[in-house]
Design a protein around this ligand. Structure first.
Ligand SMILES: Nc1ncnc2c1ncn2[C@@H]1O[C@H](COP(=O)(O)OP(=O)(O)O)[C@@H](O)[C@H]1O
Ligand SMILES: [Mg+2]
Length: 244
């Protein structure tokens, strides 16, 4: 079943077509990577698919029905969790930062505490529970950011370059942890990145976006090892630098 779909979607700004997607679908349980160079339209794509931004033309469908930000029910909205590159934490302790979405939903206190403890443990940040969110390192803050999204138990998780600001060892560790968590939860994920190492590690399927267009989509390993003519110039550069 397709959870999300795009049909004849275009996003135009200043008369420039920034995104042109005739068709795209995200199936239940997919862990799909979206890779492309800076400025290719990855963030725009993520915002359109998560109903944070409306397309200029065409439709975005949630479970087979055309939806817009204003026709999406609160319940449906809750099924779509987005974590961006910058983890904007609040000036409160880590537990409260992770709990914020549940508080807004007026979740029962006991359930909330159990869930917070569970997700802090999953992301190996239980020891930071009482620390203020604004005093954390980049890696710690991103762990809190991801725990805050996953605690909501969304149907779809959208991640926009979540490791881009992290140093290499920090990135590798978090990547391994996130990979295990995604495998355990079986959550449908759109993972946006320009980094083939992250993509190769985390995703099962891969879409290549260049200049606002999807150039190739398929099994991650197939796309990496057999890029088509249009995807090859971008993916090839990565493969020259790293043996993947
Ligand atoms: N609302 C907007 N108005 C004008 N230009 C935009 C807007 N959103 C994005 N862009 C431009 O569209 C292109 C794609 O942006 P973006 O989706 O952020 O790319 P990526 O995430 O792949 O780096 C960039 O050239 C960016 O400057
Ligand atoms: Mg971006």
């Amino acid at each position: 079943m397709n959870i999300l779909q795009m049909e004849q979607v275009k996003f135009v700004a200043n008369k420039e077509v920034l995104l042109d997607i005739p068709y795209f679908s995200l199936g239940k349980g997919d862990i799909l990577g979206l890779i492309g160079p800076n400025g290719a339209g990855k963030t725009t794509f993520l915002k359109l698919l998560s109903f944070l931004q409306a397309p200029t033309e065409g439709d975005v469908l949630y479970k087979g029905e055309v939806k817009h930000a204003d026709t999406l029910s609160i319940e449906e909205r809750r099924q779509l969790a987005v974590a961006m590159q910058q983890s904007l934490l609040f000036d409160m302790n880590v537990s409260n930062n992770v709990a914020i979405g549940l508080k807004l939903r007026k979740e029962n206190r006991k359930v909330m505490k159990e869930k917070v403890d569970y997700w802090l443990e999953k992301f190996h940040i239980s020891h930071l529970a009482k620390k203020n969110g604004v005093s954390l390192s980049g890696g710690e803050a991103q762990r809190v950011n991801l725990a805050r999204a996953l605690i909501l138990e969304p149907e779809v998780l959208f991640l926009d370059e979540p490791f881009a600001a992290l140093d290499f060892p920090t990135k590798i560790q978090l990547m391994e942890d996130l990979k295990d968590i995604l495998k355990d939860t079986n959550i449908t994920t759109l993972f946006v990145s320009h980094d083939l190492i992250e993509i190769n590690n985390i995703t099962k399927k891969l879409a290549v976006i260049i200049e606002g267009q999807l150039k190739q989509m398929g099994n991650t390993k197939d796309v990496i090892h057999h890029p088509n003519e249009q995807a090859a110039p971008f993916l090839g550069k990565w493969k020259e630098l790293y043996t993947i």
